[in-house]
Write a protein that binds this ligand. Structure first.
Ligand code: 5GP
Length: 191
């Protein structure tokens, strides 16, 4: 998606060889026109998959996910991040390791928002090693529902996330695929 790539090139900050900061349009301040275009693009790609719900993770996945859900005409559920795992029969929960914070936290979804007949599209801001995607997929499995695709805003294709998702049959569609991050350069896949 050229609009997104241009935005990344003009505004993203390279923190190190693994982490990109996109606070000016996605992770802190949000560009709603860009989010709307992202939502349309992701929805168009997955429109014929029978999606009944979009699932993301708070906080940074919500902006692109809400526009995707709006375009698909379905509800959005965002998994909440919690500190400790409190036993609660109303919740599906799973521990996950945070890529950027380098610590474990718990991901939680209320059972009443996932049904066994749901066909789910996962949307997230970044795909790196796929820990978040796999954790959300487990929560969806607990509910007896099915994740059929992952719509990603920025994929770091030098990490293992895509391979891990595809291994378990989840189609990954990313709007910008970064093949390399170094010094002051961002390289996109195929360019
Ligand atoms: P994964 O779970 O695929 O290893 O990492 C994806 C999650 O970590 C995303 O939900 C995102 O919040 C965060 N993340 C991974 N890489 C980056 C990055 O380069 N920049 C930012 N801002 N977040 C990232």
């Amino acid at each position: 998606m050229q609009l997104l790539k241009d935005k990344i090139l003009s505004q993203a900050e390279i923190v190190n060889a693994h982490v990109l900061k996109v606070d000016s349009f996605l992770n802190h301040q949000v560009d709603p026109k860009l989010m709307q275009a992202i939502g349309k693009e992701l929805a168009d790609h997955f429109r014929d998959k029978g999606i009944t719900k979009v699932v993301t993770i708070e906080t940074s996945g919500i902006a692109p996910a809400v526009f995707t859900a709006l375009e698909l005409g379905v509800d959005l559920v965002f998994a909440r991040k919690g500190k400790s795992i409190v036993l609660n029969s109303n919740l599906y929960q799973i521990p996950v390791f945070s890529y950027t914070k380098e610590q474990e936290y718990s991901l939680v979804i209320n059972r009443s928002f996932l049904n066994s007949d749901d066909t789910i599209l996962f949307v997230d801001d970044f795909l790196a090693n796929g820990q978040s995607l796999l954790a959300v997929n487990e929560l969806i499995d607990y509910a007896g529902a099915r994740m059929v695709g992952a719509g990603i805003v920025i994929e770091k294709s030098f990490e293992a996330g895509r391979a891990r998702a595809e291994e378990i049959g989840i189609e990954v569609y990313s709007l910008a695929r970064i093949s390399k991050l170094y010094a002051d350069t961002i390289e996109f896949e195929g360019e």
